[in-house]
Write a protein that binds this ligand. Structure first.
Ligand code: MN
Length: 203
């Protein structure tokens, strides 16, 4: 299983990190070992002093696909949830400054947190999905798929040109504005269309 992630897919978030808007999707990968086990807290790693939450819609790939056409792309995902792309922002800034890859800042153990799956069939139009994150019961991020620069179908089509998609792969689709740091004992909760689907404790 692999985890395909998209950076800078919401204009307001690209601006908050002083990035230009992309002409093509910006992709990066996390290994399967990045997936946080469901009943474990998120453990703050010792190599960073600034871990950020990034709340994202996450889609599950349901069949093998290569060079998928955009108009057929939604046939390749069957479930959706809310996830957190935990990011060592200090390391990422350092790597960006040096022109080096991001993996140590983005793909470390436990850095991919996902909630409970919901069947896409039950949720209607993917473009109208909305989500939010609370940090200690205060809303810190809100997003809607309608605000994505590249819609999910485009992301699937584009990613499948480079990476063979397999059943069980995950697609993190980018975060809206409002990212921020987490501290020990924080509690993060993710909501999909106002329904709670994710809880993550920070240790
Ligand atoms: Mn992200």
């Amino acid at each position: 299983m692999k985890i395909i992630c998209v950076a800078r897919n919401y204009a307001a978030h690209a601006r908050e990190l002083n990035n230009d808007l992309p002409q093509q999707p910006v992709l990066f990968l996390k290994p399967d070992t990045a997936l946080k086990r469901k009943n474990l807290p998120f453990f703050l790693p010792d190599f960073s002093s600034n871990i950020h939450y990034e709340t994202e819609l996450v889609f599950r790939i349901c069949k093998t696909g290569k060079n998928i056409e955009e108009r057929f792309a939604m046939r390749y995902v069957d479930q959706v949830t809310v996830g957190i792309d935990f990011t060592a922002r200090d390391l990422q800034e350092q790597q960006k400054r040096l022109g080096l890859p991001w993996e140590i800042a983005k793909a470390f153990d436990g850095s991919a947190c996902i909630g409970d799956w919901r069947p896409l069939k039950q949720l209607g139009n993917t473009g109208s999905l909305n989500f939010h994150l609370t940090l200690n019961d205060r809303i810190v991020q809100r997003g809607t798929a309608a605000d994505m620069i590249f819609p999910v179908s485009r992301l699937i089509a584009y990613a499948s040109r480079f990476f063979l998609l397999l059943e069980g792969d995950l697609l993190f689709t980018g975060t809206p504005e409002g990212v921020g740091s987490v501290q020990p004992n924080d509690v993060l909760r993710g909501y999909l269309n106002e329904e709670p689907v994710l809880e993550c404790r920070v240790k």
